[in-house]
Design a protein. Structure first.
Length: 507
């Protein structure tokens, strides 16, 4: 069978994409009030809850993920939507600031200045493979972009196409019934459509969760456009975990069990999977970890493409010089046609070996982990400093460390903060709390925008930009910035004379 696209089909697909992008560009969603958008997001959450049985059933068939996991993930998706609705009703996310005119300002007469945040425009969201609900069609990127007032064009992931279609249908119906304008949300499919849309000048920002290879290619497209746009990509993360000697003495069994449970969760297909465990020299934990990992049954990978990449990468890493294979995973067939795999655990020897075998410092998406042992604080710090930017760093220390360990931990935590977005103490990084204080991001290659998060209500900041009005007539100001404040939004105000605190004291 020929794989060459039919010219007519290609033209029709391009015409359909053009209609979607034109509708998004012409959409008036950005002009709706925060309260109107809040009601629409809550309606989407209600509609997804009402259709949960059918959605979970389809996702179960397409992904092979456990039903309990999918049910919980759908709940997370609707909770996210409602959290953003509450953020909109509160209004503080707009960070409205009014500086009233002050002829006696310390640096000279100050004009009337009024600042707030506005939507960036249509956002192209790429759905992820490993979260068919929470990072897919109605996931956090979609919810935060819609909350910001941005129309969303969602590029579906091929790993769960029918789940995506059903979810998009539910979202669209709920938005329309809530009065959302045409073009507020649309689903597109196919790699070429995803690339063409990113190049299109009608798209104002992109959001992506996936691999380093795919994400970097899209980031480069977004950056090299004649009008470059922000691209918020979550790419790859090794998420190192460190155990101190004191922690091993106090809770070795809990650490071993927790690590194995975390790196094998969901067949190791979590972006926050701890991929490297750094232990003190002479540790007994590798032996126990290997015992526990051998008892973990094989689990299905998400897609054949992911399974193939995992198979090839794991085989290459197992053949590296000086690496000891503590547990060699097996592969089993699955009725879906996607392989089932059991965990693989490598021991790299001394932690400094990771500085030469840098392939071990790269994410291997699946139930795979590397253990290495450090002989000094200096060796530990040198290795941790060499780890590429990660979403998380995990630290297991004694409950009441002595003075020397406290000093070492301070240095360690400073390195962790420089190289990651979240530092986890005494727990494991898989399982990301969806809260206002959450930070799900980190230095490259964890993400392409380390100052942002894709989880939690702060994710809305990605799709807003500031605008200031100077000496604007009242009738030309947005309602949110008018003296009467008809929307009742919170705002900070600096009155004339407030600047005196910045002046030098009189001699």
């Amino acid at each position: 069978m020929s794989t060459t696209p039919n010219p007519t089909e290609t033209e029709e697909a391009q015409e359909q994409l053009d209609r979607v992008l034109s509708a998004a560009a012409d959409c008036t969603w950005s002009q709706t009030s925060p309260h109107t958008r809040a009601d629409a997001l809550a309606a989407v959450a209600d509609a997804l809850d009402a259709r949960s049985d059918a959605l979970v059933r389809e996702a179960l068939r397409e992904t092979g993920l456990p039903e309990a996991r999918l049910t919980g993930e759908l709940t997370r998706t609707t909770v996210q939507l409602r959290m953003f609705a509450e953020e909109l009703r509160d209004g503080s996310y707009l960070r409205i600031a009014l500086d009233r005119a002050d002829p006696d300002f310390a640096l000279g007469a100050r004009p009337d200045l009024r600042r707030w945040l506005i939507p960036v425009g249509p956002v192209l969201v790429y759905a992820a493979s490993n979260f068919p609900f929470a990072f897919s069609v109605a996931g956090g990127d979609t919810a935060s972009a819609l909350a910001a007032g941005c129309p969303v064009v969602l590029k579906a992931h091929p790993g769960h196409p029918e789940t995506s279609r059903l979810t998009a249908e539910t979202v669209l119906t709920a938005l329309r019934e809530s009065g959302a304008p045409e073009g507020t949300f649309a689903l597109i499919t196919g790699r070429q459509a995803g690339v063409s849309a990113l190049r299109d000048p009608r798209v104002a920002a992109g959001a992506f969760t996936g691999s380093v290879t795919g994400g970097r290619a899209l980031f480069d497209i977004a950056s090299s456009r004649p009008d470059p746009i922000p691209f918020f990509g979550e790419l790859g993360s090794i998420n190192p975990a460190v155990v101190t000697a004191g922690a091993e003495r106090e809770s070795a069994e809990q650490i071993a069990a927790g690590f194995v449970g975390s790196f094998t969760l969901g067949a190791g297909q979590f972006c926050t999977k701890p991929g490297i465990l750094l232990l003190p020299s002479g540790s007994e934990l590798p032996k126990r970890i290997a015992e526990l990992a051998r008892d973990v049954p094989a689990a299905r990978m998400l897609t054949s493409a992911i399974a193939e990449r995992y198979r090839e990468t794991t085989a290459q890493l197992c053949e590296l010089d000086g690496v000891e294979v503590l547990v060699r995973g097996t592969e089993e067939p699955d009725p879906s046609g996607v392989a089932r795999v059991s965990p693989t655990v490598l021991h790299a020897g001394g932690a400094s070996e990771l500085l030469t075998e840098t392939a071990l410092l790269e994410e291997n998406f699946g139930p795979f982990a590397v253990i290495a042992e450090y002989s000094s604080d200096e060796e530990l710090r040198s290795v941790l400093a060499a780890v590429p930017g990660s979403l998380t760093v995990t630290v297991h220390a004694a409950d009441d460390p002595g003075p020397d360990e406290r000093r070492s931990l301070r240095d360690l935590v400073a390195l962790a903060a420089a190289g990651s977005g979240r530092i986890v103490f005494g727990q494991w990084p898989t399982g990301v709390a969806v809260t206002p204080a959450q930070q799900h991001g980190g230095p490259y290659p964890a993400t392409t925008a380390a100052s942002t998060t894709s989880v939690g209500t702060a994710a809305i900041d990605r799709f807003l930009r500031p605008v200031t009005y100077q000496n604007a007539p009242e009738f030309l100001l947005p309602e949110a910035l008018r003296e009467s404040n008809p929307l009742g939004l919170p705002r900070s105000t600096h009155q004339p004379g407030a600047s005196q605190r910045w002046t030098a004291p009189q001699q």
